[in-house]
Design a protein around this ligand. Structure first.
Ligand code: SF4
Length: 332
């Protein structure tokens, strides 16, 4: 791309709380992220770190109650989605921002044909008539690599394999040519070969359309393959963010080093954590987050200060920031 990339999404200070039983849990805490057009941002972390909640918050789909967005800004295309009326959000969701979830069977309607489901979105957002929507549905199925799309368009979800269903979900998500696509663990339920095909498809679609892509995963191998930049989340916070090449060659946060060391093929690029096969211990419950660094009870390098105080964010180099006491004052 020529010139500075266009920022599509700019999230700052995003915080989400859940309440229940007289207690309050801070599930997202001061999250800041940006995504540019034609860029893939990876969000990585274990289950319960806040990745999927970030995606739901972007679309204002945090279940409420018990959840509540308590602060921040989510600026998309110059507009703060946190201030937008519900009517406006309905236009943004599925039209300007597409979303692919983990398990297509729970997102597809089992009693409607693939064509009906694709057409529904196209009729709603693009105001196509039924005939044009059907023709466009067939084109979309073809674009995502579904063989015999003229026949498949009249089939039901249960007649397709898991990989084909995920392709249908991708077709639905890109049907209105969104500027931003959010894919939350899009290949979790699929075998390795199909996973590779789906990632290749996402890469192609992004290159062809110039959309921004947010890829949510627990797998650093996927991050290495697919993303331009990565945000590592832990305990509802972004604990490290950098261009992917920088994170892989010089991870600064002990949690990031642990995630990298969990991927055998990436060990060669990572020195200090190379003997870690998995990260010992458990992700803390959002109901029981510590006062200091949320990673402290799993961190081999924890110091007394880590338990007592939340580490500030340090900027290590252009676009590389980390929240860890070890890195305090080490930036340029
Ligand atoms: S702040 Fe302390 S406990 Fe947290 S990751 Fe850094 S060294 Fe480990």
């Amino acid at each position: 791309m020529d010139g500075a990339p266009t920022t599509l999404l700019d999230i700052s200070g995003l915080s989400v709380e859940f309440s229940g039983g007289g207690r309050t849990a801070r599930v997202l805490n001061d999250v800041a992220l940006t995504v540019a057009a034609n860029e893939t941002l990876g969000i990585v972390g274990e289950s319960g770190c806040g990745k999927s909640m970030t995606a739901l918050a972007i679309l204002r789909l945090v279940p409420s109650p018990p959840g509540r967005i308590t602060g921040g800004r989510i600026v998309f295309g110059g507009e703060d989605l946190l201030q937008a009326p519900e009517q406006r959000l309905r236009d943004v969701r599925g039209h300007r921002i597409g979303m692919i979830f983990q398990e297509p069977m729970t997102s597809l309607n089992p009693v409607l044909t693939i064509g009906d489901q694709l057409s529904e979105t196209l009729i709603k957002h693009l105001k196509l008539d039924a005939r044009a929507a059907r023709a466009r549905s067939i084109e979309l199925l073809k674009a995502v690599g579904i063989p015999a799309p003229e026949r498949r368009v009249d089939e039901y979800p249960h007649q397709l394999s898991g990989g084909m269903r995920q392709r249908v979900m991708i077709a639905m998500a890109i049907g209105c040519e969104p500027q931003l696509l959010i894919a939350d663990e899009p290949t979790t339920a699929l075998d390795v070969t199909v996973q590779a095909q789906i990632f290749e498809l996402l890469r192609e679609l992004r290159a062809r359309s110039g959309m921004g892509l947010i890829l949510i995963t627990h797998d650093m191998g996927v991050i290495a393959e697919m993303t331009d930049r990565v945000a590592v989340m832990y305990g509802g916070r972004v604990v490290e963010e950098a261009p992917t090449a920088d994170i892989l060659s010089a991870p600064a946060h002990p949690y990031t080093r642990g995630l990298i060391a969990c991927v055998p093929d990436l060990d060669a690029e990572e020195d200090s954590g190379a003997d870690l096969l998995e990260i010992a211990g458990m992700v803390p419950s959002v109901w029981d987050l510590p006062k200091g660094c949320p990673f402290a009870d799993r961190c081999a390098e924890a110091m007394p200060r880590c338990v007592a105080e939340m580490p500030p964010t340090s900027v290590l180099s252009a676009g590389h920031r980390v929240a860890c006491w070890l890195q305090e004052g080490t930036g340029p």
